[in-house]
Each structure stands twice: as structure tokens, then as C-alpha cells.
Design a protein around this ligand. Structure first.
Ligand SMILES: Cc1ncc(COP(=O)(O)O)c(C=O)c1O
Length: 404
């Protein structure tokens, strides 16, 4: 299955729908956030108590510009063990998560009117960040192996992008993973054509079956690469903590900024707590737990989709991350369908919000992260009732049917 439109420059204003909490009784797969039972309050209580038991006054002062060195050393060890590749504390800059990092990178490396390349489709809130900076967006199509590098080469003959934004592993919204070979090609092209690869690796560690290809963060020696990582999906979004991994040369440029010189590291206090979580082994245990829980939810959704919508939609089972990307017959308009979703007590994100040109109307994105297995099965039954426009009670395998 291929999808995506490419070649046309776009900076259309973004109307963004951001579902944060479902209405009571609604199972809204539009929400791309962890369920409450996976938000680790006890873990953070333990890590905070461990930090506060040993805290020194200077830990409440401004932090180092690049971020507390002990935190970066702990983070480097954590990443090295999962990437199975050396990571140095010096290659890491502490950020407030990937949204803040992307905004920071755009502000620092791009100016109004510059061109950025993004995958078509891409993370809808990234579109808004590019629009905030007045950047011209060019979409590069994707296939089963992620961004199509041959299409990228064609566009490089026409445009000179300042940066290319990619979500290499378990892409939002498609769930696809960029192949290892294409990662190497991307790195090489960034040097040949002098642009930055901004790799949003927010789902890199959320693999549930096989290992994904190496993180772009392990390739900073052979490309102009900024790898953006975050604790939002592997610990808690409310921490607002992440990192940029890059080469010495690009790190020196990142550190030139006034905001870092004036304020020191971002989220210095939070980084102390997370350091203790890493050093106590709590982050590793949570990651194992998340992989197992999300892996089961993914399988549950895959099975429910087969039973309920197997004859109407096409999708590939993702290997990690949060999302399924469903393609329907081209006559189905998922933005229209969404208007009726509340009546069926279900929800999703329509394809069009992920498109830089407002296309992809017959796709939709489902997140399995916010619900437990029972709710996933029930929510997919409601979604199928909505798509087929039948009363829920008429559907095979729905909880509503089973209860009568
Ligand atoms: C691809 C992608 N990037 C960034 C974010 C947000 O990351 P953060 O919470 O680190 O700002 C998300 C969250 O859904 C995402 O899916």
C-alpha cells in the first residue's frame, strides 16, 4: 500500500483537533496518550523521594547549559544499553520533550519562508510547529518501508530544504518503520545536499516484537542528524523531558542560543528525578511493562479489526508505537464520518489532519494506547457500526450483542 502526495509546497494554516480526554462512556481512539493505569505515580514517588533524600542546595540552582552531566551520563547508559551502541553524555542536550525540541530547532536553524521536507502523512501537531515558523512544507510520500528515498531525491532536484523531519520508527500516524538501508541513504543525502535530518525518535524504544533498525541517533557520525528523544512515551508525558542526540559540531551550534545561555538546561529539576528513576532500574522495568501491555493492546486491536472491518479496510500490523492506519474505499470521507462518531460513542483521527495538503480523506488513525483490551474490543465494534452505519446491536462479536 502506498500513500501520500508529494511535490507541492504548502503552508496552509492548520486547524488542529487535539483530543485529550474522552467524554464519559466514549471510547475515543483519537487520543494518542497512555491510559491512566500506565502512568507511573508510584515509580515517580520512589524516584523523587530518593532524590530529595540526598538533594543538595546547588541542585536547585541553574543547571549546566547542556543539562546536568550526571543525568546525561545516566541517560547515555540507558540509551547505549537499548541501542546496543555507544552513546556519550557529550552527545546529549536536555530538552523539554520533542515538541519543544522541534520548535527550538526550527527557531534556531530555519527562517521564515525556508522549505522543510516532511513525510506525507506526518504528525499533525508538527505541521502546526512548522506553520508557526512560517516554513514552506513539502510532503515526501511513504510506503511500507517508510519515507521513499527515491522520491526524496527527485524533490532534492527541485528544492533546497533546510531540514527534513522524519519519524523513523513506528511512525505517527502510519505505524511504518523506515528501513535500515533508507536510514543510511537519508544520512548520506543530508551531507550531499546540506540539510538537517530531524529524526523524531519518540517511539524508537516502544517495539513489541522485533528490534527496529538502529536509531538515527546512532548515525550522527555520518550525517547532519539531530535525533529527538522523549520520556513522554516511555515514562510520563507530564514530565516534559527529552533530549537531542547529535554530533559535536551540531551540538556547538545548538548551545550558541540565548535562551540556553540565559536559562541553563531545560527542566533541570525534573532531570534529577528521572536520573534517580534510571539509576534505580525503575525506567528499565517500566519499559518492559509498557512493551508487554501495549503489545497485547496492539494484538487485541488487530484481531478486533479483522473481525469487524476485515472486509472494508486495509492496514498493516505495526511492530510498535501507538497507531493503526486504516485505508478505506476512496468514497469514504473519514472527516465526515467523525462528525457522527460521538453518537456511536467512539472516536478516531481522520486522515486529512495528517496531510500537508488536506488529502488522505479515506484514511483514519486509531491509537490503542489509551484503553485496556476490553475497551479496545468494544470500541472497534462501535467503530465498525459507525462505518457500516448500522445499530451496534446488529454487529457480530460486539459486547452489546453478547449482553442480550
Ligand atoms: C511523533 C510525535 N512527536 C512528538 C510527540 C510529542 O512529544 P513530546 O511529548 O515529547 O513533546 C508525539 C506525541 O504524540 C508524537 O507522536
Amino acid at each position: 500500500m502506498g500513500f501520500g502526495y508529494h511535490g507541492e509546497v504548502s503552508n496552509r494554516p492548520r486547524t488542529v483537533t487535539f483530543d485529550s480526554a474522552p467524554a464519559p462512556g466514549v471510547i475515543n481512539f483519537g487520543i494518542g496518550q497512555p491510559s491512566p493505569d500506565l502512568l507511573p505515580v508510584d515509580l515517580l514517588r520512589t524516584a523523587s523521594a530518593d532524590f530529595m533524600a540526598h538533594a543538595q542546595p546547588l541542585e536547585l540552582n541553574y543547571g549546566e547549559r547542556q543539562g546536568d552531566e550526571r543525568f546525561r551520563t545516566a541517560l547515555a547508559g540507558f540509551l547505549a544499553s537499548h541501542y546496543e551502541h555507544p552513546v556519550s553524555a557529550g552527545s546529549l542536550l536536555v530538552t523539554g520533550g520533542n515538541s519543544q525540541a522541534l520548535d527550538f530547532v526550527c527557531g534556531h536553524f530555519a527562517k521564515e519562508g525556508d522549505t522543510v521536507f516532511i513525510e506525507e502523512p506526518s504528525y499533525f501537531l508538527a505541521h502546526q510547529i512548522f506553520s508557526d515558523h512560517g516554513l514552506q512544507v513539502v510532503g515526501i510520500p511513504m510506503d511500507e518501508d517508510g519515507l521513499i528515498t527515491d522520491a526524496l531525491v527527485e524533490q532534492l532536484a527541485i528544492h533546497q530544504p533546510v531540514l527534513l523531519y522524519t519519524i523513523p520508527s513506528y511512525h505517527n500516524p502510519t505505524g511504518k518503520t523506515l528501513s535500515g538501508k533508507r536510514r543510511e541513504t537519508l544520512a548520506r543525502l543530508s551531507l550531499e545536499h546540506d540539510f538537517l535530518v530531524v529524526a523524531d525518535e519518540v517511539y524508537q524504544l516502544l517495539n513489541y516484537f522485533d528490534q527496529p533498525p538502529p536509531a538515527m541517533g546512532t548515525m550522527t557520525d555520518r550525517g547532519n542528524i539531530l535525533s529527538l528523544g522523549s520520556f513522554s512515551k516511555i515514562l510520563a508525558p507530564g514530565l516534559r523531558l527529552g533530549w537531542i542526540q547529535t554530533s559535536d559540531a551540531l551540538m556547538a551550534r545548538l548551545l550558541e542560543t540565548g535562551v540556553i545561555n540565559s536559562g541553563g538546561a531545560v527542566n533541570h529539576f525534573t532531570s534529577h528525578v528521572v536520573r534517580h528513576a534510571i539509576e534505580l532500574g525503575l525506567q528499565d522495568s517500566l519499559l518492559q511493562h509498557l512493551r508487554s501491555s501495549y503489545g497485547q493492546r496492539l494484538e487485541t486491536m488487530h484481531l478486533a479489526l479483522h473481525r469487524q472491518l476485515g472486509d472494508m479496510a486495509r492496514w498493516s500490523r505495526p511492530g510498535g508505537g501507538y497507531f493503526f492506519w486504516l485505508e478505506f474505499d476512496s468514497t469514504l470521507d473519514t472527516a465526515e464520518l467523525r462528525k457522527q462518531a460521538a453518537a456511536f460513542k467512539t472516536g478516531f483521527q481522520p486522515g486529512t489532519v495528517f496531510s500537508c495538503t488536506g488529502d488522505l480523506n479515506h484514511f483514519l488513525r486509531l491509537s490503542f494506547a489509551h484503553y485496556r483490551n476490553d475497551d479496545i474490543t468494544e470500541g472497534v465494534a462501535r467503530l465498525a457500526a459507525l462505518v457500516r452505519n448500522v445499530p451496534l446491536i446488529d454487529l457480530p462479536h460486539s459486547r452489546a450483542t453478547e449482553s442480550v
